[in-house]
Design a protein. Structure first.
Lengths: 209, 461
């Protein structure tokens, strides 16, 4: 028992419990996997041109890129990410519902720093949102979610619209937010559509009651 | 020894933490109203539901839990090591600056400056200041109360608190800076998952358990049931807990081996936790009558029960097959409330009821308010958690069945009503608590003023 007493001393507690245990876990299960995924290639997600639907708002790629970051900033400050996750798991029939399963590489860009994986889905996942809806649908939905989905519990974000016109026009922030939403998984939008047509998605058999 | 503990400083942290828990509960309630279409301020930008949610969760961690834990650390550690904290002035400095930062966090989150990290929504601008304050707090305790007493082995409470004091600044800096500035995407998520878990596991858990290990022998007037169990519990926690991280992002793009390791460690932790829970119950079992009579012991008992349930939940839902269903659902929210309210807040209440008579010099104002607080909180959390667990299962299975998303929202609404109603019960309980504490402080204040006047009069004569 004498040896065990050293477990109750300052130096052991400080060094072994406090520092070593923490650093082992931090290194092994924090930094190491982080370094592994940090090097992955993300050339697929590169933004080379302004998408067609946004040409009326943004003249150059730089402007468009700036808008994406602004949109992300709004997505963060309204905590959209506390109600919408941004990754698709290979289980739970998520691929049939949302689209391609997420891979590590697709998140390796500046726009994902910090990442917005999220841990709660009050609303649907958004990482394959690009192209799923039209811009106008998004504007109507953000202005008043109940207009597109009467039972929705999503808050309305009327302050991203200029209410002096009728119908209200989105402010530059509102447009940037939708640009951001429409960029989520844009690189996979085509893959997703063709896969949906050709891939044999196995639906669960209908139970016969 | 006289003046071993600085009562006014502890009292300041304690009172402000009680103010914060009211705000936290109100924010939670307000946000829960969004889910049943009754949100009270729908078109006010500063009070948009998402921002209120961040105030709710940040308030829990950094306002309520942190303040009450600062108070109890500054009470328990000097009592056990018989050494004063390094500097009382520094303590007051930390009190003012820290609470200013908390206030600034709330204002800035509502103003739209939140950071995109779970549990780390504190604006980027404030993170460095909070880190510095946390380090100062640690130095104040370690340099004053722990280091000078290092020649002897410590009591178990000090192990836990010392470890937590070392972990907390490391965890805070890791979680708030690496995903923001160093690792992007999946790598950042790996670090974030570690942060989400470590904040609860390496700050809240050890301080909470350390406190219970202090209160149990004092209130039961008998030693802990087993010393070796506390040794296993502590070292198991130190070894396994930091490795649990990736279980918050299972089935995500994080490398699969990391996820497997975190699952194994999670099961390890839950075995370790049983030793702690067993130790608590076995100590309480020696004298049930005392447990029933003493509100603090009753809070410890219910808290330990909730802890047991959370840990059983944890072992079950950390497995990949259960994750498939319950991840992203209200099940996890129920789990979070059970552990942070049902366990650690209950234990903090136990500490408050224990310490308040010492701080004020008078008995707790009302016995019946105490009972109301206890029963409403217990009822509230039990109903809320059962409701949320059911909601989680319904949501998970409906998502998997590929029904339109909105149907799953509609199906959840009854459960969200249950959450709000049980939240009202909790709110009423907390109001009873607030009244009781304020009245106790007022009567303590009157008594001491009476004494002072009395002594002045006697001097005049
Ligand atoms: C209280 C939780 C909550 C918050 C906060 C929230 N949403 Fe939603 N969101 C929902 C729910 C529920 C739905 C599903 C019903 C609907 O379509 O409105 C939804 C649906 C959506 C959809 C439609 C997805 C699809 O293709 O069906 C988009 C896009 C969306 N939200 C974007 C946002 C953005 C952007 C924000 C932040 C400004 C946000 N949400 C904040 C709950 C939320
Ligand atoms: C009136 C009582 C309360 C109500 C109605 C309430 C409601 C809520 C709601 C609606 C959420 C968001 C859930 C979601 O994103 O779907 C939440 C999150 C949370 N609440 Fe509360 N809350 C209450 C009290 C408390 C208390 C007292 C604590 C702890 C001391 C607490 C701790 C938490 C935590 C930790 C989360 C984050 C959960 C997660 O992200 O998984 N809550 N609460």
């Amino acid at each position: 028992m004498k040896g065990l007493k050293s477990l109750e001393r300052f130096s052991t507690l400080f060094l072994v419990a406090g520092l070593i245990c923490f650093l082992i876990a931090f290194g092994l299960l924090g930094v190491w996997p982080a370094l592994m995924t940090d090097k992955l290639d993300n050339s697929a997600g590169e933004i080379k041109e302004v998408p067609r639907d946004f040409k009326i708002y943004y003249q150059s790629v730089d402007e468009y890129k700036k808008a994406l970051f602004l949109g992300k900033q709004i997505y963060i400050k309204e905590a959209c990410w506390h109600c919408h996750s941004q990754y698709i798991r290979p289980v739970g029939n998520e691929s049939p519902r949302y689209g391609l399963v997420s891979t590590a590489g697709e998140y390796q860009n500046e726009l994902n720093k910090p990442h917005l994986f999220g841990t709660r889905r009050v609303g649907p996942d958004l990482i394959r949102e690009a192209g799923k809806r039209t811009n106008d649908w998004h504007f109507a939905h953000l202005y008043n979610p109940k207009s597109t989905e009467p039972m929705s519990v999503m808050p309305s974000y009327t302050w991203y619209f200029d209410k002096s016109t009728n119908p209200p026009k989105p402010t530059p922030e509102g447009v940037a937010l939708v640009a951001y939403l429409q960029s989520l998984g844009a690189w996979a939008a085509d893959v997703k559509r063709t896969q949906f047509d050709t891939n044999q998605i196995t639906m669960p058999p209908e139970p016969d009651f | 020894m006289k003046n071993l503990v600085s009562y006014p400083l502890i009292k300041a942290h304690l009172l402000i933490s009680i103010l914060y828990i009211m705000i936290v509960v109100l924010a939670g309630l307000a946000y829960s109203l969004q889910f049943i279409d009754l949100f009270p301020f729908p078109h006010i930008e500063f009070l948009s539901p998402g921002r209120i949610r961040m105030v709710h969760t940040q308030g829990v961690a950094y306002a309520w839990i942190a303040n009450i834990f600062f108070a109890l650390i500054m009470y328990i550690v000097p009592k056990l090591t018989e050494k004063r904290i390094f500097s009382e002035k520094l303590g007051w400095f930390i009190f003012y600056i820290y609470n200013f930062l908390v206030l600034a966090t709330v204002v800035m989150i509502l103003g739209g400056y939140a950071q995109a990290l779970e549990w780390g929504e504190t604006p980027k601008l404030l993170d460095p200041f909070i880190s510095v304050i946390v380090v100062l707090f640690v130095l104040n305790i370690v340099a004053g109360s722990i280091w000078p007493a290092r020649s002897k082995p410590f009591y178990v409470s000090v192990w836990y608190i010392l470890a937590a004091l070392i972990w907390t600044p490391l965890v805070y800096v890791m979680g708030n800076f690496l995903p923001e500035y160093v690792f992007e995407g999946t790598g950042g998520a790996t670090i974030t998952s570690m942060y989400i878990h470590d904040l609860v596991g390496l700050f809240v858990t050890p301080v909470g358990i350390g406190m219970v290990y202090y209160l149990l022998p004092v209130l039961m007037r008998r030693p802990l049931y087993s010393h070796s169990l506390s040794l296993i519990g502590f070292w198991g926690l130190a070894f396994f807990y930091p490795m649990n991280s990736a279980h918050h992002f299972l089935w995500s793009p994080i490398p699969m081996w990391t996820q497997y390791a975190s699952i194994v460690a999670s099961v390890g932790v839950h075995v370790v936790v049983y030793t702690v829970v067993f130790n608590i119950f076995a100590t309480l079992a020696a004298d049930w009558k005392r447990v029933i009579d003493d509100i603090s012991l009753r809070f410890i008992f219910v808290g330990a029960l909730c802890y047991l349930v959370t840990c059983i939940q944890c072992a079950i839902h950390t497995t990949l097959s259960v994750q498939e269903i319950i991840h992203f659902t209200d099940w996890v929210v129920g789990h979070a409330h059970l552990v942070l309210f049902g366990t650690f807040s209950f234990w903090a209440f136990a500490f408050i009821y224990f310490i308040l008579p010492k701080l004020t010099g008078v008995k707790i104002f009302s016995e019946s308010l105490k009972e109301w607080h206890f029963w409403l909180s217990t009822l509230g959390i039990v109903i809320m958690d059962i409701g949320l667990m059911c909601a989680g299962l319904v949501q998970g299975h409906m998502w998997k069945s590929l029904v339109p998303f909105i149907d799953t929202v509609v199906a959840s609404k009854p459960y969200w009503w249950v959450r709000t109603l049980s939240g009202v019960a909790i709110l009423v309980g907390e109001i009873c608590f607030l009244i009781n504490i304020v009245m106790t402080c007022l009567s303590g204040w009157e008594k001491s003023r009476g004494k002072n006047e009395g002594s002045q009069e006697s001097r005049a004569f």
